[in-house]
Design a protein around this ligand. Structure first.
Ligand SMILES: Cc1cc2nc3c(=O)[nH]c(=O)nc-3n(C[C@H](O)[C@H](O)[C@H](O)COP(=O)(O)O)c2cc1C
Length: 201
């Protein structure tokens, strides 16, 4: 596949087959993702390859969060669990938090109030993470493996941090990359014309 075809045919996939995906392929996708542009070389990534036990706990959490408005019917419970348990691999996506350096920040920290983070730095680190996710998704797709960046509540909830043993003062979670063979390929959502977004000044 040439590059344009790769970009045009990659889809966010929602349903995964039980076919395995080799660990080595996922590892290579993760390794390549570190070549995303990274301003100030802050190396912000916090990837967690979610193991079987954590995955079960996250599936339970997903059901619990979805049941907040009332008990779910069995079919719906199963669908919510399958969404978490279905893909061959789940990679939690996060970046390292950076404290603000202003005098006000340091004073408020000294006073014991909530930590203040460096918004500009974190904006740029999120950009690096997003670039990294696209590198992974395209690489995987080149090898016939589908993915989805999910920001579903079960991947970013305060309890997700404790399941993954992460400290929210040190790491910010931005969702989960689901990886697996597609059970079915969604049709491509229409993209608007470039002229709607491009100005010439
Ligand atoms: C930051 C981010 C978060 C996303 N979160 C979700 C999600 O929680 N659930 C989902 O179904 N798709 C999610 N997506 C995928 C988009 O919905 C998807 O890219 C869009 O529908 C276009 O489809 P395509 O990727 O097949 O072109 C997310 C994408 C991004 C960039």
């Amino acid at each position: 596949m040439d590059f344009s075809e790769l970009v045009l045919t990659r889809r966010t996939v929602h349903n995964y087959s039980p076919d395995p995906v080799p660990d080595a392929l996922v590892e290579e996708a993760l390794r390549l993702s570190l070549w995303a542009p990274n301003h100030k070389m802050s190396w912000p990534w916090v990837y967690t390859w979610i193991g079987a036990e954590s995955r079960t706990r996250l599936a339970d959490l997903a059901v619990e969060l979805k049941s907040a408005g009332g008990e779910l019917p069995d079919v719906k419970r199963k669908a919510v669990r399958d969404n978490v348990l279905g893909p061959a691999h789940l990679i939690s996506l996060g970046f390292k938090r950076t404290l603000g350096k202003s005098v006000g920040t340091l004073l408020s920290m000294a006073a014991g109030s909530n930590l203040k983070f460096d918004e500009h730095r974190e904006h740029e680190d999120f950009a690096t993470l997003a670039s990294s996710v696209q590198i992974m998704s395209l690489f995987l797709w080149q090898h016939g493996v589908a993915s989805k960046w999910s920001t579903g509540a079960w991947g970013v909830n305060p309890r997700t941090y404790s399941v993954l043993e992460l400290n929210p003062d040190e790491v910010r979670l931005e969702g989960v990359l689901m990886i697996g063979k597609a059970l079915n390929m969604p049709t491509a959502p229409e993209r608007p014309e470039l002229s709607q977004f491009l100005r010439r000044g």
